[in-house]
Design a protein around this ligand. Sequence first.
Ligand code: HEC
Length: 231
Amino acid sequence: MKKVFAVLIACLPALAYAAGGSNEHVVSANIDLTDKDSLKRGAQAFMDNCSGCHSLQYQRYQRIADDLGMTEQEVTALIHTDAKVGEQITSAMSRDDGAKWFGAAPPDLTLEARLKSPDWIYSYLKSFYVDESRPFGVNNLVFPSVGMPHVLEGLQGTPVLQEDGTIVATGGALTAEEYDEYVRDITNFLTYTGEPVKLERERLGKWVLGFLFIFFIIAYLLKKEYWRDVH
Ligand code: HEC
């Protein structure tokens, strides 16, 4: 028993890491992977705002369309390059250009939600704040000295860090609630993209549980039948 405890305790740091690191600014994203409308909105928002710099090289447009039940029109709206619908989602920017312009190449984001956690991504997109000492005039609470500009500033507004540590944005196209919703959709989409089979697995899981339940009843009745004459 002691050994089991020792192993569990040894695992704790790993668990904390899996939960998105120890950054105090990481908050719950509250995403819902079964919400297809949110996933569709997130896919569109990602393609409109992020795909210029970040690729999703292990994901294809067609796969997204199939998984999310998109119409042809909806898929076409996703593609901003000359890629065909069956191709992977690459970005127009080369790694070298990215490294030159931003100090660090924009990484591929297919597996980002598994690498950092959905909560981390959501919080990161909400944690940009004005900092004139930085090359792009912004810094980030979750990712200090980040090389990425605040590409959603037009939507969020100018984010100013308050004395109490919160961030208040003004002058954006969206209200604070709408912005939260917007980045939650993007986070939801990136979480799906990190593990597309998750949708399928959760659906299958219900059937498996149902099957086990029915099987249990049959096994129980069978046992009663077998033992009936033994006593
Ligand atoms: C103008 C180019 C550009 C655009 C557009 C852009 N990013 Fe970035 N992003 C970067 C760069 C550069 C980095 C690397 C920053 C660093 O390492 O300092 C980065 C880093 C990130 C990271 C952290 C990756 C990691 O684990 O190190 C995430 C998450 C991210 N971007 C998400 C997004 C999302 C979501 C969008 C769309 C809303 C977006 N980015 C749009 C350039 C961009």
